[in-house]
Design a protein around this ligand. Structure first.
Ligand SMILES: [Zn+2]
Length: 411
């Protein structure tokens, strides 16, 4: 009996010991990467060593942490706030004087052996109230509209800037529409719905200053699949006609008016409809061909004559019968954002008109490349067709306007 008890205690001790050891080894926490979270900033913030991050840096090679990635980091019991100084020109002493801090304090906080030794190129951390972030020069804040982002959705960037300048913003080399009013900077862009998943590089280039870049996580969506058989009149529309109309419209869509006309979230362009007959981004096969095309907007099945409404305030830039799109009205909402409504049997506005959100611009019909009464609604940002849903449901319009210092509220 005694022997058995001893054996039991022994076993239990062994289990407890193993459990404690395992707990120590796996003390980790998760961190979702935000803009400005560089490897150096994360290491300093959480007291981590190069070796703690090596698993991610190996996968990621020379790139900065991917915005939207969730990192599993070892818990060293450290969480520091501070300001990251990427360009401490003049060395540590000059930095200390400029910020009214002790050079010994800065040296100690940054693990430097001696404040009088020459400062090799490396970021410096000064005491502060917020997590250290390595933002583009001239930016005091930087936010992205979606983390992670999705293909086929408009994405936006907003930040406060210290002086009047307009930075150049690119995603995988594709130029965004960028605007600044001296205090705020906003940029609008998109990846098309065939982009898939990926980690495109977001690059911000302020004028006369070093560039900044960080990868951005994109996660793909589920898409509908549609087989479309073209017969009769629709089949007679030639590829040349489709291309010619598209080229003409892209001359408009690729330009960006540097003002915001909208004051409230965007709305669906119909008060009532029967059902959505085709979603944005649906993969399409025409007459048995490959699914290499996609639906550029949303189709609402509706009775002929249903009033069609402006999605937001703006200016009419197209109001006419087009070959493919039929009765068409395109509205410029500013900042490179356009909405279009097509296949209408009647149009009630003219080019140059200022329209208000909810104003009737036409009537549902089946003109152009159409086989029945419906309204095709599209929304373009930065010359790319995107899902209008983000502008009606997720309030992206107001997110952008607020980032530009403009009030935007209500329904
Ligand atoms: Zn359509």
């Amino acid at each position: 009996m005694h022997q058995i008890t001893t054996l039991l205690i022994f076993l239990l001790m062994g289990m407890v010991g193993t459990g404690r050891l395992a707990a120590q080894e796996t003390a980790v926490f998760t961190h979702m990467v935000l803009p400005g979270d560089t490897w150096e900033a994360l290491a300093w913030r959480y007291g981590l060593a190069e070796s703690d991050l090596v698993v991610y840096r190996t996968i990621n090679q020379q790139r900065q942490p991917v915005i939207g990635a969730v990192l599993l980091l070892p818990d060293r019991g450290i969480s520091r706030n501070g300001t990251l100084l990427r360009h401490g020109d003049g060395g540590l002493l000059a930095t200390a004087v400029a910020h009214n801090l002790s050079p010994w304090g800065i040296a100690r906080q940054n693990g430097l052996p001696h404040p009088y030794l020459p400062l090799a190129y490396q970021p410096l951390f000064l005491p502060g109230d917020s997590p250290p972030r390595d933002l583009p020069i001239g930016f005091t804040t930087l936010e992205l509209s979606a983390i992670p982002a999705r293909p086929g959705q408009a994405v936006a960037l907003r930040g406060e800037i210290t002086s009047p300048f307009t930075a150049t913003v690119k995603l995988n080399g594709q130029l965004f529409d960028s605007f600044s009013n001296g205090r705020y900077h906003v940029s609008l862009g998109a990846t098309y719905n065939f982009f898939g998943s990926g980690q495109p590089e977001l690059a911000i280039q302020p004028p006369d200053a070093p560039g900044w870049s960080q990868p951005w996580e994109f996660v793909d969506d589920q898409w509908d699949y549609e087989q479309i058989t073209l017969t009769g009149g629709a089949a007679q529309i030639t590829q040349a006609q489709i291309e010619a109309e598209r080229e003409r419209l892209f001359l408009i869509w690729r330009s960006a008016t540097p003002q915001i006309f909208w004051q409230t979230p965007f709305r669906v362009p119909l008060e009532s409809y029967l059902f959505i007959s085709s979603n944005y981004g649906a993969r399409r096969s025409y007459n048995g061909g490959p699914y290499n095309r996609s639906h550029e907007g949303v189709d609402y099945a509706a009775y002929g004559g249903t009033p069609v409404l402006a999605s937001a305030d703006g200016r009419v830039v197209i109001a006419e019968m087009l070959t493919v799109r039929g009765g068409a009205v395109i509205i410029d909402h500013g900042l490179g954002v356009y909405t279009g409504v097509y296949h209408m049997r009647d149009i009630f506005v003219s080019v140059g008109d200022a329209v208000a959100k909810g104003q009737i611009v036409g009537e549902v019909g089946s003109t152009g490349f159409s086989t029945g009464n419906h309204l095709h609604w599209d929304l373009l940002v930065n010359g790319t067709w995107v899902n209008g849903e983000a502008w009606t449901e997720q309030n992206l319009a107001c997110w952008v306007a607020a980032g530009y210092g403009r009030p935007c509220a209500g329904k």
